[in-house]
Design a protein around this ligand. Structure first.
Ligand SMILES: Nc1nc2c(ncn2[C@@H]2O[C@H](COP(=O)(O)OP(=O)(O)O)[C@@H](O)[C@H]2O)c(=O)[nH]1
Ligand SMILES: [Mg+2]
Length: 254
């Protein structure tokens, strides 16, 4: 069945929905949700966190259920919502699923392993008043990455993407972004062409936004190392997959 953006009555609509795709993140997920709460509680932003788990074998869903006393996979205050997917798995599809289930006025997508700093969320949501899309970027002033080897390689890969598509976006691979719900509605007919594969969905999303003349802002973020668990991205596998995706995009368009 095709997912559509849910209709929400504005009274129950939180200001922000944070979408957290998870695969084997049992040791990170609750710390991250707590860190999000710590970042947002001092602000006047109401929020919901959507954990989109692709049936992680390490029991990620179970620890979330237990820690936040979920009933029907929802916490009593509605701040934590869990979705366990069993079909059509994969990062991009999980993010699409989360975006389509979220009900907040602003939607934020981030990694669940602390690569992305939850303390940035209020700032990203705030500046979204003036922009259509806000990206957490490693390649603008004061941005960066603890893993220097990946940082340098990502930098070069981003130069390649910029040259190929003639855009001015510095970080096409970050996957940390905030978008207004109303903007996402405009993109929804194109979701099938964006959300497949792994992090390459982000290249397609940004290219679509760029070519639609969206106002895009990159705010500096510094990626720290993953806190627990292992990365799902093997270097050469991802290099091969992203390059295939980029070449396909260049030849056939979006
Ligand atoms: N739902 C879902 N999440 C995934 C999948 N693969 C990776 N993730 C999540 O996507 C985020 C990025 O993955 P990660 O392994 O950290 O990639 P890296 O940051 O490139 O090393 C993490 O929060 C993962 O748990 C997947 O197949 N399904
Ligand atoms: Mg990561």
């Amino acid at each position: 069945m095709k997912e559509t953006m849910p209709n929400v009555s504005t009274t129950e609509q939180p200001d922000v929905s944070i979408i957290l795709p998870t695969y084997n993140e049992r040791d990170n997920i609750c710390d991250l949700i707590d860190a999000i709460d710590a970042a947002l509680s001092p602000t006047d932003l109401s929020y919901e966190v959507l954990v989109v788990d692709d049936s992680s074998p390490d029991g990620t869903a179970g620890v979330v259920r237990e820690r936040y006393n979920l009933v029907n996979d929802r916490s009593a205050d509605g701040r934590v919502v869990l979705h366990v997917r069993t079909t059509d798995k994969g990062l991009a599809k999980a993010i699409r699923f989360g975006l389509e289930k979220a009900v907040g006025r602003t939607l934020v997508v981030m990694d669940t392993d602390f690569n992305h700093d939850p303390a940035m969320i209020p700032q990203m949501v705030d500046v979204l008043r003036y922009y259509d899309l806000v990206i957490g970027s490693r390649f603008v002033m004061r941005g960066g990455m603890e893993d220097q080897m990946r940082y340098r390689f990502s930098f070069l890969y981003n130069v390649f993407i910029r040259l190929l598509f003639q855009t001015q976006i510095q970080d096409n691979l970050s996957g940390f972004f905030a978008i207004r719900r109303t903007n996402l509605f405009h993109l929804q007919p194109k979701f099938d062409r964006i959300f497949y594969g792994y992090g390459d969905y982000f290249i397609r999303l940004l290219l679509m936004a760029w070519r639609s003349d969206w106002k895009i802002l990159e705010v500096p973020v510094f990626y720290i190392l993953r806190r627990h668990g292992e990365s799902k991205t093997g270097f050469w596998d991802i290099f091969r997959d992203y390059t295939a995706a980029v070449i396909k995009l260049r030849i056939f368009g979006i």
